[in-house]
Write a protein that binds this ligand. Structure first.
Ligand code: E4P
Length: 219
């Protein structure tokens, strides 16, 4: 399973990179806004900074909603760095843009996926990744994990190469459940990734090992 961090915060991206398990970064306009990044040039510069920190894919989202606008913005983003993956919303012109970029060999991440049908359409249009938002489905009392299972079955049935990027991860158990269901990638916050480290028996065990080691040194 690939691990992406879902943030535009450079310190958190560095911390995840230093942990040695980071495969990429996802951003969206809300995450960029949260970091106070605005304006065309500043946004492009920020994506370049992220690409300098990580080795893997960096999803950069278009904000146009018409085909021509998405193509213009996506081509500009893709030209920025070979790690950039153009993030396209699941709307009608977005599907056309996915096909356009796929034909040109530009990698894409189809975002705002909330149904298996949307994922199937994006895969047929040649998306590199689909991003089902499991947390936002959970938020409305719908089983987000079930969507991951449905998409996995459909993609396996037809050997689609499009990768399932489980997004809107809210906590560590989401990561484990998505791994069990065969999601190719998960994107979550630093806390959800670092939550995988934790087990009270590890802490208790280490404390005992160190206490016994120190007792031996002092004997
Ligand atoms: C990632 O690509 C998505 O934009 C992100 O995971 C959405 O997460 P949220 O539902 O926590 O905003």
């Amino acid at each position: 399973m690939k691990f992406f961090i879902d943030t535009a915060n450079l310190d958190q991206i560095k911390e995840a990179q230093e942990l040695g398990v980071l495969d990429g970064v996802t951003t969206n306009p809300s995450l960029m806004h949260k970091e106070g990044i605005s304006g065309h040039d500043n946004i492009l510069k920020h994506y370049s900074k992220i690409c300098e920190i990580v080795d893997g894919d960096v999803s950069a989202e278009v904000t146009a909603t018409d085909f021509d606008g998405m193509v213009k913005q996506g081509e500009e983003l893709a030209a920025l760095h070979d790690q950039i993956v153009v993030k396209i919303p699941m709307i009608e012109d977005g599907v056309k843009a996915l096909k356009y970029f796929s034909d040109k060999g530009i990698r894409t991440n189809c975002t705002l996926i909330f149904s298996a049908g949307q994922a199937l359409l994006a895969a047929k249009a040649g998306a590199t990744y689909v991003s089902p938002f499991i947390g936002r489905l959970d938020d409305i009392s719908t089983d987000g994990l079930n969507l991951i299972a449905e998409i996995r079955m459909i993609f396996d049935n037809y050997a689609y190469e499009t990768e399932i990027l489980a997004a809107s991860i809210r906590h560590t158990m989401h990561i484990i459940d998505c791994a069990k269901l065969g999601a190719d990638v998960m994107t979550g916050g630093l806390d959800s990734i670092k939550g995988l480290l934790k087990h009270p028996l590890t802490d208790i065990g280490l404390e005992k090992f160190l206490a016994d080691f120190n007792a031996g040194q002092n004997a």
